[in-house]
Design a binder for this molecule. Structure first.
Ligand SMILES: Nc1ncnc2c1ncn2[C@@H]1O[C@H](COP(=O)(O)OP(=O)(O)OP(=O)(O)O)[C@@H](O)[C@H]1O
Length: 608
């Protein structure tokens, strides 16, 4: 079975390497310039011995009238050779040193850039609003932050060094050839346009293939995170085989797209080699004849033979380098595609005067999750005066959780205003707005770590006394202290080593530890037994005295003492009042209350 294919991640249209250069810090650019210089100088010293071999042959053939003899004014051939040996030794030492410096600098730069790109991308992901993640899969994002960044590193590791040395090789040898014999230069350079043109054609063909490979890699990431994240559900439905097949399908897609790319990339090197060989044969043939005729000195001929090899053989690496380059560019396009996604919910600049009172006001708020989607909230106006406890109730899907998501600015209303202590929340910094809130979400989330780390997540400087107080208020202290490692017990990924009720109490304690002006509890008692419900109920009663509390509840019993209860139906507030007022009114709330207290058959109550 193949799972639904998530929408493609946006790709950047900008030339990726140029974009990377523009993003790089000045110190990285300086680093790259130094590494490039070392690569170039390294090539100069790498080629020098070939020229020296030519000079040595020249010494043997031409004795005192040799090039070296004339240059240094030395007649004895042994002395001339000694000079050549000394120069060769120095060239080799310098070649080794510059190669070390070039490789060291490129590889360090690759590490620094991969770190910076990964951190930029991760920081950017953190700044994106919740809605952005709903259109993406976490597996796809993880593949970008991990594999695509590594792909870039793999190219930067050796790619630029190889490209620069290849280019320097062509230029330096070209100049040498030109000085010796323009005809031979033309002959030995003949394959180069073929190689360059061939490379460009290959590059064009490989690009879409590697884009498909990266996309397939992202889909494997999705399938794996889905499968590994839902282990219990998979087992409960004995769907192991199906899940293996699902990953198998994605893995197969990756295999097939990679093979399609490999078919092209593997043919590249042999083609280049053929072109190289043709150039080499030409030099041998034409240069050899010229030497036999006496038109070309033997020393120069030997230089040419070596040089042609040196000119053309390194180009056979071009295929592999180009391959790495194309893979890295496909990855960079995905990374920049992510970086180009701009957050649309931006923080304001205002700070609330402290202490925050916690006066919450919604003024005719409208909202839809997508611009062309149906309205989820229509004309919500409500006021929660500082210090009061208000409840929001209503049928499932009526928009209760959406109200608190708007209050936290996880989404932006399409119309209307939300104010905290009289300031529109979009004028506040995130730290000021969200710092005033303690939020217990419907889907309880704990991080992999200890109880202590999870509780102090919202207030890192909390001391043990504050920690114990918050745990006690949320009635979590008892079971935490009974655990073998107490507050240092590791809760497992998403808190899976704890029971549902324990997780819920810990998230309440976590919210309380912030001592928030506004406490928002979304369905805090939906998935717990009666005893836990009663415990949470007691803690809500205890903590709500000193702060504004907004409780979203299905179980009306838990909120019957609220100062005011707002009843929602299909995105609208249809009733509001105290429990007694609403029961007396005989409307929707009264009907729901009767169902929950067992006075009415649930099927008699029609809720939207
Ligand atoms: N992220 C989302 N994208 C699109 N639609 C959404 C999203 N979240 C919720 N909805 C839709 O918005 C409507 C209101 O959802 P909301 O979660 O606010 O309801 P609720 O009253 O809290 O429900 P419940 O009591 O089941 O938690 C529902 O129809 C839901 O399908």
């Amino acid at each position: 079975m193949s799972g639904p294919v998530p929408p493609a991640l946006p790709l950047s249209a900008a030339p990726p390497l140029r974009a990377l250069w523009h993003r790089a810090e000045p110190r990285h650019r300086r680093h790259a310039a130094f590494a490039a210089l070392m690569s170039f100088v390294n090539k100069v010293f790498d080629i020098a011995p070939e020229l020296l071999i030519g000079a040595a042959v020249d010494v043997v053939v031409n004795a005192e009238s040799s090039f070296v003899g004339r240059l240094f004014g030395v007649e004895d051939r042994v002395d001339q050779l000694s000079i050549l040996v000394a120069i060769t030794a120095v060239a080799w030492i310098l070649e080794s040193v510059t190669e070390y410096l070039a490789v060291l600098n490129w590889r360090n730069l690759a590490q620094e850039l991969q770190h910076d790109v990964r951190m930029d991308a991760y920081r950017h992901v953190q700044d994106l609003e919740v809605a952005h993640f709903e259109d993406q899969t976490s597996g796809g994002l993880m593949t970008i932050l991990n594999e695509d960044v590594n792909q870039l590193e793999r190219f930067l590791d050796m790619g630029p060094h190889r490209i620069i040395t290849m280019a320097a090789n062509v230029v330096l040898i070209g100049v040498t050839f030109f000085v010796i014999s323009p005809l031979l230069m033309a002959l030995s350079f003949l394959p180069i346009p073929v190689i360059v043109a061939g490379s460009i054609v290959y590059q064009r063909r490989l690009e879409p293939r590697y884009a498909a490979v990266r996309r397939a890699a992202g889909l494997i990431g999705d399938a794996l995170t889905n499968g590994l994240g839902g282990v219990a559900t998979i087992k409960a439905f004995t769907a192991e085989e199906r899940e293996v097949e699902r990953v198998g399908t994605d893995s197969h897609r990756y295999l097939a797209t990679n093979q399609a790319a490999i078919r092209w990339s593997a043919a590249f090197s042999p083609l280049i080699r053929a072109a190289v060989l043709a150039g080499f044969v030409m030099t041998l043939l034409v240069g050899g004849r010229a030497a036999l005729r006496g038109d070309l000195a033997v020393g120069l001929f030997s230089v040419l033979v070596y040089m042609t090899q040196r000119l053309l053989w390194p180009l056979t690496d071009l295929g592999e380098t180009l391959d790495l380059y194309q893979r890295a560019m496909a990855s960079l396009r995905r990374i920049f595609g992510l970086l180009e996604a701009e957050p649309t919910i931006l923080p304001g600049a205002a700070e609330l005067p402290t202490p925050v009172r916690g006066d919450v006001r919604f003024e005719d708020v409208h909202f839809a999750y997508s611009p062309d989607g149906t309205a989820v909230l229509s004309g919500i106006s409500l006021h929660v005066p500082a210090g009061e406890t208000h409840a929001i109730v209503g049928a499932t899907g009526s928009g209760k959780s959406t109200i608190v998501k708007l209050l936290l600015r996880l989404y932006e209303p399409t119309a209307g205003r939300i104010l905290l202590d009289g300031t529109p929340i979009d004028e506040l910094t995130f730290a000021s707005l969200r710092g005033a809130m303690g939020f217990v979400a419907q889907d309880v989330f704990l991080f992999h770590g200890t109880v202590r780390e999870n509780l102090t997540y919202g207030r890192l400087d909390a001391d043990d006394a504050a920690l114990h107080r918050a745990a006690a208020l949320a009635e979590a202290a008892g079971f935490v202290e009974a655990m073998p490692h107490g507050y240092d017990t590791v809760v497992g990924e998403r808190g899976q080593k704890l029971s549902g009720g324990q997780r819920q109490r810990l998230t309440i304690a976590r919210a309380l530890l912030r001592d928030p002006a506004v406490l928002v509890l979304d369905e805090a008692t939906s998935a717990v037994d009666n005893e836990t419900e009663a415990a949470i109920q007691r803690s809500i009663d205890r903590v709500s005295h000193s702060r504004t509390t907004i409780v979203i509840a299905h179980r009306l019993f838990t909120i019957r003492h609220a100062d005011r209860i707002h009843v929602m139906e299909a995105g609208r507030l249809v009733e509001a009042g105290t429990h007694d007022e609403l029961v007396a009114r005989g409307g929707l709330y009264a009907a729901l209350w009767r169902v929950q207290t067992g006075d009415t058959d649930p099927s008699d109550v029609e809720v939207a």
